[in-house]
Design a protein. Structure first.
Length: 128
């Protein structure tokens, strides 16, 4: 994994778990969601900025959530954001914020793919 500095353990654990879900999506013939927002900034700054949630862009929200739920994630309570899941042990929150990156105008060659044993993580570039 190439970053500016070391990432905190909670972040590394979270993206490793999320990569398991994305690997399952690929096995289903679906594309890997793209990490955006604060968690992408945390990756690129090597932890100089931190976040409590992981925002993704994917046209396959339901399928992504199915795979995350298989890994122990749960739907948020009715009064909370309905497009989010949380992990009861780690406290990790995952939200799908859009179905397409920059309304389909992003340059796909500017998306970084990080390989893990069980799946990949795609991260929007700073200048996508």
């Amino acid at each position: 994994m190439t970053t500016v500095g070391p990432l905190r353990k909670e972040y590394r654990d979270a993206i490793t778990l999320i990569a398991q879900a994305t690997g399952a999506m690929v096995r289903r013939g679906l594309t890997v969601p793209i990490l955006v927002g604060g968690a992408a900034a945390e990756f690129y700054t090597g932890g100089a900025t931190t976040t409590g949630d992981f925002d993704f862009v994917t046209a396959y929200r339901d399928e992504f959530f199915e795979e995350l739920e298989a890994l122990g994630f749960r739907r948020a309570a009715a009064s909370q954001i309905q497009r989010a899941l949380f992990h009861p042990v780690s406290g990790l929150s995952v939200e799908v914020v859009s179905g397409s990156l920059m309304d389909g105008r992003a340059d796909p060659s500017r998306i970084l793919t990080v390989k893990f044993r069980d799946g990949d993580l795609r991260i929007v570039s700073v200048e996508a």
